[in-house]
Design a protein around this ligand. Structure first.
Ligand SMILES: CC(C)(COP(=O)(O)OP(=O)(O)OC[C@H]1O[C@@H](n2cnc3c(N)ncnc32)[C@H](O)[C@@H]1OP(=O)(O)O)[C@@H](O)C(=O)NCCC(=O)NCCS
Length: 200
């Protein structure tokens, strides 16, 4: 299966449910959902939304084309449903199918203000549009995120440039970190107002 496939019928509609007003969840259209959404980008018709275990197949579809050793569905399900999970996707409205499509994903764990990036990728045919940058800037702006950590293959120039562009710095190295024995940089971004004492 390819991330370039146009078969998005299996994608969940980007709908939110209003469980307060009635017992049966009320469906809200993508248009209604985005009208007051600060993440709505009218240029690309995109919005950033939280991911959960319903999005496993969509996330894995992107991962399979982005990583030589993409995880199994159960692994994504674990991360996407974990209580400490902090995972978001950038969806684009599809004017033909009227279903929003996942273009980029971010999977992270947030523990006591420290956000660890577990995985991030953009659909191969949607790269260099600023999608990964948008998701990362959004996620780190969320309340309680004080610092962000990640490991990146030292030879992954695109990712290193992305992280450097948005203020990450190299703070360490891990030798033979990956299964293929490649080395990794440890990179960190921290909030301008971060002080260690604020976490205690
Ligand atoms: C790394 C990755 C997530 C970037 O996604 P993206 O949506 O294309 O990135 P963006 O368009 O937001 O790029 C933002 C900035 O990152 C840098 N960048 C991204 N891709 C780049 C590339 N191929 N070459 C050089 N710089 C690049 C640029 O500075 C870019 O800003 P600019 O376009 O204004 O110059 C994407 O290439 C990808 O999915 N790669 C495979 C999976 C992967 O390696 N994930 C990271 C694991 S640590």
């Amino acid at each position: 299966m390819s991330s370039r496939d146009t078969d998005h019928d299996s994608e969940p509609q980007s709908e939110v449910t209003d469980t307060l007003s009635s017992q049966k969840p009320k469906r809200v259209s993508f248009a209604a959902r985005t009208v007051n959404d600060p993440t709505w980008d009218p240029v690309h018709s995109t919005v950033i939304q939280k991911l959960d275990c319903r999005h496993v197949d969509l996330v894995r579809k992107i991962a399979l084309l982005s990583f030589p050793d993409a995880w199994e569905s159960k692994d994504f399900a674990y991360f996407l449903s974990h209580p400490s999970g902090h995972s978001y996707g950038l969806f684009q409205k599809n004017f033909d199918s009227r279903k929003p499509e996942l273009q980029a994903y971010f999977i992270g764990f947030l523990v006591k203000g420290d956000l660890d990036i577990i995985s991030i990728a953009t659909r191969t045919d949607q790269r260099r549009k600023g999608y990964a940058e948008s998701v990362m800037r959004y996620v780190r702006s969320l309340p309680n995120v004080r610092r962000v950590f990640l490991e990146v293959d030292m030879e992954n120039t695109a990712a290193i440039k992305l992280y450097t562009k948005i203020g990450f710095e190299i703070v360490g190295q891990r030798k033979k970190y990956y299964e293929n024995k490649r080395d990794a940089y440890v990179m960190r971004w921290q909030h301008a107002k971060y002080t260690p004492s604020k976490l205690n």
